[in-house]
Design a protein around this ligand. Structure first.
Ligand SMILES: Cc1cc2nc3c(=O)[nH]c(=O)nc-3n(C[C@H](O)[C@H](O)[C@H](O)COP(=O)(O)OP(=O)(O)OC[C@H]3O[C@@H](n4cnc5c(N)ncnc54)[C@H](O)[C@@H]3O)c2cc1C
Length: 222
């Protein structure tokens, strides 16, 4: 079966592997600027920049990404066999990640800043009945430790402010994702969460000639 890239090229698409750093979508002729500074002009622009995982915003988080810190249990869980893993988040995704990881891990600690989980009862029960999963509620990650590889976390109690150390060689962050729409802010209509607003069930937006599709406008299904 022909792959999607080949199919696009067969229909005449030219593919440029580069970052878009600026856009001007307001005129009849739209401008899209890449990281080389080349300006690409078009009558129509389709935005499909997807969404990115939300980060904790802590020092060491980026440096230790791929070195113990991850946003995807299905992708990376296998590397954490017999290790102590922390999962941050209290929603269905966090429960799903924790339950998946418990197959490989020695232990899984779910860290959630409130006293109650947001996840559905079914997902909560599944995680709570898993002997390898424990919960650090009313807790947030205050610090991430490790030079080359993750070694542990400092947790802060969100009620008392007290801190404690949690040894962990895996940290899975499951606190949601944000649409990649910063580039377009001020030019196109975004909803309160930053997702692109389209008319009804179409891909049409507030500016003629600009369309959107995929995760950048879909916060329900992905
Ligand atoms: C672990 C996991 C499992 C999944 N499993 C399934 C599944 O089984 N079935 C299913 O239907 N869906 C699944 N999904 C969801 C699916 O992957 C997404 O819905 C889909 O990839 C969204 O496509 P998209 O093109 O909108 O965005 P993306 O696939 O995120 O693509 C966006 C692209 O835009 C690029 N980009 C962003 N900003 C810029 C910029 N400024 N300049 C240049 N390029 C830029 C990004 O690099 C990226 O390549 C899964 C997702 C995850 C994370």
């Amino acid at each position: 079966m022909e792959d999607m890239r080949a199919q696009a090229e067969r229909f005449g698409a030219e593919i440029i592997a580069d970052d878009v750093t600026a856009v001007n979508l307001t005129g009849d002729i739209k401008e899209v600027v890449d990281s080389e500074g080349t300006v690409h002009r078009a009558k129509t622009v389709i935005i499909a920049t997807g969404s990115g995982y939300r980060k904790l915003g802590l020092p060491r988080e980026d440096e230790l990404s791929g070195r113990g810190v991850s946003w995807c249990a299905i992708c990376d869980g296998f590397f954490f066999r017999n290790q102590d893993i922390a999962v941050v988040g209290g929603g269905d995704t966090a429960m799903e990640e924790a339950t998946f990881l418990s197959r490989f891990a020695a232990s899984v600690t779910v860290i959630h800043r409130r006293g109650e989980l947001r996840a559905s009862k079914t997902m909560q029960n599944r995680a709570m009945n898993d002997p390898k999963i424990s919960f650090a509620l009313n807790s947030e990650v205050a610090e991430i430790h490790g030079n080359d590889m993750l070694t542990g976390l400092t947790l802060r109690d969100t009620v008392t402010g007290a801190t404690r150390e949690l040894p962990a060689t895996g940290l899975f962050i499951a606190i949601g994702h944000d649409p990649r729409t910063e580039l377009f802010t001020g030019q196109i209509d975004l909803d309160d969460s930053g997702y692109i607003e389209v008319e009804g069930r179409s891909s049409r937006m507030n500016i003629p000639g600009v369309f959107a599709c995929g995760d950048v406008l879909d916060h329900t299904y992905r």
